[in-house]
Structures are given as structure tokens and as C-alpha cells.
Design a binder for this molecule. Structure first.
Ligand SMILES: NC(=O)C1=CN([C@@H]2O[C@H](COP(=O)(O)OP(=O)(O)OC[C@H]3O[C@@H](n4cnc5c(N)ncnc54)[C@H](O)[C@@H]3O)[C@@H](O)[C@H]2O)[C@@H](O)CC1
Ligand SMILES: Nc1ncnc2c1ncn2[C@@H]1O[C@H](COP(=O)(O)OP(=O)(O)O)[C@@H](O)[C@H]1O
Ligand SMILES: [K+]
Length: 505
């Protein structure tokens, strides 16, 4: 799914009306009905508790007023508060004029902070103050309304389209903003939803499909995408031909593990095999030989001369993909051995963990990496590599620029992992959950991406698919159990189900 900016979203709305020959009111009605259906589908929704709708004077307010109408028609007690910061838009007025006469629907205007009502502690708050048309921080009485809503800790808050006060494309410094529990976002997620520093403000978000014009969406030029199921399904064909053999699916080399960290090598190797690679060789220090042979019998083992660390300048020719770094540590000679790999292969390298930390100490090596190599830092490793950032928007810009400058994929891990590509595109992952914040879950990702890269599907496909499948396996693993109990082997154990769910093969 494309991620569009404020201007493009507005243009797509307009084009949708033209292409589908509908009025702006009809488009808003469509949004309102979908919002209503979504709210009614929440199992926690209690039609016997009151709903408080705070509506601004733009179209976001119009959505809120329309929603108030549908809820009131159902018999829900609804209290509507108009927060008019300007003349109401035409569609907003239309929605006001079509409110039903119901005993349990009240309308009031807020014009100064003292007008803020006392709310039933159990009521649902609908935030429809400002939508994606926000163009500056909220000030004055509307700021105080936002602050008052934020103090209602016992009420659930649903923001329509975007939490009021948040800009869809950028970070407004020191801006006040509704803290939503759930954001029902219209059409597509907004770019700012992917800034970790705003994560607590947005809450959980759900995309409300209002059947925007496909032709208009197609025409919008963007470098940002949301990596969701329909997108990834169209990205590769993993079906196997009848006469295929293990040579068809590539030979991967994983250089991982050290004394006390052989687990990282095992986790990566198992995930690599579960991602369909034909052959796997794991290069490990001498201490790791029996461990690997026993734990991962499907893998061949190449043994380093050093007992504890990766140290030997090994022959890396003949492999289709090479993953390196999980648990390799920083011991003497590791840097030189890593540099030898970098300088003696042309296949893209998957670099993780200590390989990244070593890279951080040798900034000039970035330019030496084989083209299309893949760096998989978590935010700590990203900071060591590329320095700290002013805010998340600046961090993403930097990630994108570095990918273009060095011809690298950078997989910045976390919730909604961002993947920047040498072609300047950025993808935000849709799968994964906080249960995956557990030791070794990054090692499994290294194994998956390396295994996919070896299958000659193109590095970009391998990276996008790898990140998506890793998260999906995590989502499947956590079904019916607590996120806190999840361990990274659970991810590996659900890779088969994740591939099957995505590619039916
Ligand atoms: N246009 C459409 O056809 C659709 C729009 N929808 C809704 O429309 C919303 C966008 O509507 P609008 O463009 O009217 O945007 P808003 O509802 O966000 O209102 C923007 C208005 O507020 C003013 N404004 C912006 N920031 C302000 C600030 N800090 N203080 C005071 N005034 C400020 C702007 O000048 C503008 O007049 C979406 O968020 C969505 O909820 C949906 O109904 C779907 C269809
Ligand atoms: N809150 C979260 N939501 C989704 N995915 C997460 C979350 N926290 C961590 N992950 C995923 O788990 C993995 C953790 O990787 P990493 O930090 O390198 O772990 P380790 O070093 O222990 O292997 C990444 O793929 C990351 O995207
Ligand atoms: K809003």
C-alpha cells in the first residue's frame, strides 16, 4: 500500500469523487458508515455507555458528526461538542443539518476552556477535532480541549483519521496532541504513524477502506510503502517446480557464533533452512563444531582455526548469499576476518549485530561493501553506525539517504521495521508484535533474509519478504499465548505456517 502525503491524499479524495461520480458528501457518508461499522465491531463497545464526540469545523469534524448520527439512530446516548475554530465546511454543515431528533443526542458548543464538560468515566470519546488538514500546532481554547481530553484517563479515546494535533507528514515540535487509544485512519496510514516517538499518541491504528480511486492512487508518485499482505503476495513466486532440486535453491553461508554465543548461530541457521535454502554451510569457531552438528544436522559446518572466535580468512567463493555477524563478538582478529569477507565476494552480504558494530568503528568500510548488501541494525546499532538523530523524521531521511549513497538496504528493526532501499524507496513492515522483543529474534531475521537471498529472487524481494515473513511468523507464534512468554525459536517454528499463509506454497 502506498503512503501518500497530505497534498496527495487531498488530490486522491478529489479524484475519487470525479472518477466515481460522487459528491464530497457521499464520500464522507461512505467514510462515516465504515467508521461506524468498525466501532461496532469492537467487542468492548458498549451501546449502553455514553459517547462523547468532539467535532471541529473541518471535514474531520464532519466525520465525527456523521458518526454521532449513526450511533444516536441506534439508540446510543451521544453528546456532541462543537469546537468551531472557523466557519464549518459545507459537508460539516450538511452533517449537522441531518442529525436526528433524539432525546439522548445533545449538542453543545465549546467556546472557552470552562465549557469543557464533566464526562461519565466509562464513556467513549471520539476525537474529530482536526484531521489530516492540520497545518499548524493547535493553540488557544482548542489546545485546552485537547489537554482536557488527555486527562480523562478512564475513558477510551478513538481518534478519527489521525489524533488531533498530529501532522500527517512531519513532527511538529512541542505540539499538543490527542493521546488516542485507537486511531481509525481513513484510506491509508499516514507517514507520521511510523515515527516511534509518536507511537504512544497514535495507539493501535486501523485503516478504514473508503474505496478510493485505484486509478488516482496508481498515479501518485511516492517513495513510501506499507508492506502489507496484498503487497507482499504480489512480490514473488515461491512455488517449486516438479523437477527442481536442492541446487535450484542456492547455497548460503552463515558466519555466526562465538564462545558463549553459539545460540545465535543455531537460531540463524534453523531459520535460514526453514526459509527454503537448498544448501547451508555454517562457519563457526572450533568450539562450535559439535554444537552445530548436533543442533542443526541439515547444515554443513566449516570450522575456523580459532577455538573461540571467527578469525580465519576463509574462502567465501561459490556461495549465493552470505550472512554474517550474529554472536561473532569483537575478539582479536575478527575485524580482519570480516574485512577479508567483504573484499572477497560480490554477493550481497547480510550484516547483523557485531558485524555492524565493527562496521561502526570503520566507517570507510561502508563504501567497500558489495552492492545491495543488507544491514539489519536495531536502533542502538543504527546510532553506533550513523550517529544520533534529532527526531524520527530526520532519522528516516538519513536512513534513506545512506541507502542511496552506498547502494545498501538498511533494515532498521523495531515495531513497523523500516526498510530503505538503494533505489530510495522506504517500506514499513505491517507484521510483528512486541513479543518479538526477545533475545535472538534478530538472529532469526538474519537467517531468513540470507536463506531467501540465496534463492536468487532478487535482493529487494528477499529483504521485503524476509522482514514481512519474520513478523508474520511472530504473529502466528503468539496466537493463543502471552507475548511475554514468546522466545525467538517460536518464530522459527512458525515460519512454515507464515510462508504457507502468504504464498500458499
Ligand atoms: N475530503 C474528503 O472527501 C474526505 C475527508 N475525510 C475527512 O476529512 C478530513 C480532512 O478534512 P479537512 O481538509 O477539512 O481537514 P480538517 O478537518 O483537519 O480541518 C482543517 C481546517 O482546519 C484549519 N486548521 C488547520 N490547522 C489548524 C489549527 N492548528 N488551528 C486552527 N485551524 C486549523 C485549516 O485551515 C482547515 O480549514 C480527514 O482527516 C477525514 O477525517 C473523510 O470524510 C473522507 C472523505
Ligand atoms: N515492538 C515490536 N514490534 C514488532 N517487532 C519487534 C518489536 N520489538 C522487536 N521486534 C522485532 O524483533 C527483532 C529484534 O531484533 P534484535 O533487536 O536484533 O534482537 P536480538 O539482537 O536479540 O537478536 C527485530 O526484527 C524487530 O523488528
Ligand atoms: K482527529
Amino acid at each position: 500500500m502506498k503512503i501518500l502525503n497530505q497534498e496527495q491524499m487531498h488530490w486522491v479524495d478529489q479524484q475519487t469523487m470525479i472518477d466515481q461520480r460522487i459528491s464530497s458528501t457521499e464520500l464522507m457518508e461512505r467514510a462515516v458508515h465504515e467508521l461506524y461499522k468498525c466501532i461496532r465491531s469492537f467487542t468492548w463497545f458498549d451501546p449502553l455507555s455514553p459517547v462523547f464526540v468532539f467535532a471541529g469545523s473541518g471535514n474531520n469534524g464532519g466525520d465525527g458528526i456523521g458518526l454521532a448520527r449513526l450511533l444516536a439512530e441506534e439508540g446510543v446516548e451521544v453528546h456532541l461538542f462543537y469546537c468551531d475554530y472557523s466557519e464549518p465546511s459545507a459537508d460539516n454543515l450538511h452533517m449537522r443539518e441531518h442529525l436526528p431528533h433524539r432525546k439522548y443526542l445533545t449538542e453543545k458548543s465549546i467556546t472557552n476552556p470552562a465549557d469543557f464538560p464533566t464526562l461519565d468515566r466509562k464513556g467513549l470519546i471520539i476525537d474529530a477535532l482536526f484531521g489530516s488538514g492540520l497545518n499548524r500546532p493547535i493553540e488557544g481554547v482548542w489546545r485546552s480541549v485537547v489537554e482536557s481530553i488527555n486527562t480523562q484517563h478512564t475513558n477510551r479515546v478513538i481518534s478519527i483519521d489521525i489524533p488531533s494535533g498530529m501532522h500527517p507528514d512531519k513532527i511538529l515540535e512541542n505540539a499538543v496532541c490527542i493521546h488516542a487509544d485507537i486511531t481509525l485512519t481513513i484510506g491509508q496510514p499516514k507517514y507520521s504513524f511510523f515515527f516511534p516517538e509518536l507511537g504512544d499518541i497514535i495507539g493501535d491504528w486501523v485503516v478504514i477502506d473508503i474505496k478510493l480511486s485505484e486509478a488516482a492512487l496508481e498515479k501518485c508518485d511516492t517513495h513510501m510503502y506499507y508492506l502489507d499482505a496484498p503487497f507482499i503476495k504480489g512480490y514473488g513466486d515461491l512455488s517449486r517446480k516438479r523437477f527442481s532440486h536442492k541446487g535450484t535453491f542456492g547455497h548460503a553461508l552463515l558466519i555466526n557464533g562465538s564462545y558463549g554465543k553459539m545460540g545465535a548461530a543455531i537460531l540463524a541457521a534453523r531459520s535460514c533452512l526453514r526459509s527454503g535454502v537448498g544448501l547451508l554451510t555454517c562457519h563457526v569457531p572450533r568450539i562450535g563444531y559439535p554444537i552445530m552438528q548436533i543442533s542443526v544436522p541439515e547444515s554443513m559446518v566449516s570450522v575456523d582455526q580459532h577455538e573461540f572466535y571467527f578469525h580465519t580468512k576463509i574462502d567465501v567463493s561459490g556461495y549465493d548469499a552470505i550472512g554474517i555477524g550474529s554472536g561473532i563478538d569483537h575478539g582479536n582478529g575478527v575485524c580482519e576476518a570480516l574485512l577479508h569477507v567483504i573484499q572477497n565476494t560480490t554477493v550481497p552480504l547480510v550484516l547483523d549485530a557485531d558485524a555492524l558494530n565493527i562496521l561502526a568503528e570503520h566507517a570507510d568500510w561502508l563504501g567497500k561493501l558489495p552492492r545491495n548488501s543488507i544491514l539489519t541494525p536495531h536502533p542502538g546499532e543504527f546510532k553506533r553506525l550513523f550517529g544520533s538523530w534529532i527526531n524520527d523524521a530526520e532519522k528516516l531521511d538519513r536512513q534513506r539517504n545512506l541507502s542511496r549513497q552506498y547502494g545498501l538496504f538498511i533494515v532498521l528493526k523495531g515495531a513497523n521495521t523500516s526498510i530503505s532501499c538503494p533505489d530510495g524507496q522506504i517500506y514499513f513492515n505491517s507484521t510483528g508484535n512486541p513479543g518479538m522483543a526477545t533475545a535472538g529474534s534478530g538472529d532469526t531475521l538474519t537467517g531468513i533474509i540470507t536463506g531467501l537471498c540465496a534463492q536468487n529472487m532478487g535482493t529487494k524481494s528477499a529483504v521485503l519478504m524476509g522482514v514481512y515473513i519474520h513478523g508474520l511468523a511472530g504473529d502466528l507464534a503468539v496466537k493463543g499465548q502471552s507475548q511475554l512468554s514468546m522466545v525467538s525459536s517460536d518464530i522459527t517454528n512458525h515460519l512454515g505456517a507464515a510462508f504457507y499463509e502468504t504464498f500458499q506454497t
